[in-house]
Design a protein around this ligand. Structure first.
Ligand SMILES: [Ca+2]
Length: 184
């Protein structure tokens, strides 16, 4: 349903308020659907369960039970309170050239990588812990991967950033996270 709503919203924004039955309109609709479906829905996720002590064990020790797409780092998709891991992958759209700071808050462990480089290693079984990292980014899309695991009891996952030109640390809004990259 969410996907459908997003497609309708984006089609409305594009000015195509009326979908006719002509072949051309159908073709345009399918092109828009494919483009915006892939571009808007934010992250892909893989959900596994298992007794883990590190994000690096998610794939080796966890049992993959679910995978799909989600709008954010949504650990509420877990179907158990304890002993699970999630891997989120997408592209992050850097709005400007410059130095970016990322801050992860997680219980238990997490690890954030951008462009294949580990930015915030917040791994291990622990209470809510903040870890920051910095990376220079060019304006545009960069591969983004967030690994998270929950051992037992409480569970938290939140990712903030500080972007060039704005000194405030803010939660990364879903509008910056994409499944793919649009051709520019
Ligand atoms: Ca915990």
């Amino acid at each position: 349903m969410l996907i459908l709503i997003m497609i309708i919203v984006m089609i409305s924004l594009s000015g195509l308020h009326t979908i006719t039955t002509s072949d051309r309109s159908k073709q345009i609709f399918l092109q828009l659907k494919e483009t915006y479906l892939l571009h808007i829905i934010s992250l892909s996720f893989r959900y596994s369960e298992g007794v883990l002590s590190s994000v690096l064990e998610i794939e080796s020790k966890g049992k993959l039970l679910n995978e799909g797409i989600t709008c954010f780092h949504d650990i509420s998709k877990a179907t158990t309170k304890d002993h699970f891991g999630m891997i989120f992958t997408c592209y992050i759209d850097a709005p400007a050239d410059g130095l970016y700071t990322f801050a992860t808050y997680s219980e238990d462990g997490s690890m954030l990588s951008i462009g294949g480089r580990i930015i915030a290693e917040n791994d291990g079984s622990h209470s809510v812990t903040r870890v920051t990292g910095r990376i220079p980014l060019k304006k545009g899309y960069h591969p983004y991967e967030l690994l998270y695991f929950e051992d037992y009891e409480g569970q938290t996952l939140s990712i903030n950033w500080i972007i060039p030109g704005n000194p405030r640390e803010e939660n990364i809004e879903p509008k910056y996270l994409f499944l793919n990259t649009l051709k520019k």
